[in-house]
Design a protein around this ligand. Structure first.
Ligand SMILES: [Zn+2]
Length: 187
């Protein structure tokens, strides 16, 4: 249960203090309550934007997650996959930690990568072809992002502080890679 790992220390205490809870109630409390959670992106290559609610009073919002799947599609060939909802939660937490407003569009350099695109990028070489990170993009568990108005080193520090997955630092390319794989970091 990856969501259990995100911010567990702060939220679990509150959940336990609330006494008897349903399974959903406990899960909702761990995720941060029943308040809605949103995420907005702008793809820097296509300028496409998406702004969707991925969590609400009834839990994960399937419609919103579908919109985010589309927004984070492989922009080179428009293939999409089911992105890991925990990645949306992780990015929203990083954003909130930095004091960035929920409606702010996170700049998306790369989300899902189809096998075709991944092969092409590997053949070309250059930036961000590391073995550890590429599979997470292909699994729908990774994004390369930049937060508007936030220095990249601050975004990097916020991502590391989550201790929730992989973090790669690409200052020359102007982005931070975050994924929901095992906790590790590079760059
Ligand atoms: Zn990446």
């Amino acid at each position: 249960m990856r969501e259990l790992m995100i911010g567990r220390r702060g939220l679990l205490g509150g959940a336990l203090a609330a006494g008897a809870m349903t399974t959903f109630g406990a899960k909702a409390a761990i995720l941060g309550g029943t308040a809605e959670k949103r995420l907005a992106f702008r793809n820097v290559h296509t300028n496409d934007t998406v702004d969707a609610r991925f969590w609400g009073a009834n839990g994960w919002d399937a419609q919103g997650l579908a919109e985010l799947n589309h927004g984070l599609r492989d922009w080179r060939n428009n293939e999409q996959t089911n992105m890991d909802p925990a990645l949306m939660l992780l990015i929203s937490r990083i954003r909130d930690t930095l004091g960035v407003a929920p409606q702010t569009k996170v700049e998306l350099i790369s989300g899902y990568r189809s096998p075709e695109t991944n092969s092409a990028l590997r053949a070309r070489g250059g930036e961000h072809t590391g073995v550890a990170s590429k599979s997470q993009h292909m699994l729908g568990k990774a994004s390369d992002i930049h937060m508007p108005g936030i220095a990249l080193d601050r975004l990097h520090a916020a991502a590391l502080s989550m201790q929730a997955g992989g973090v790669g630092y690409y200052p020359r390319d102007g982005f931070v890679h975050v994924d929901t794989g095992r906790v590790r970091h590079w760059g």
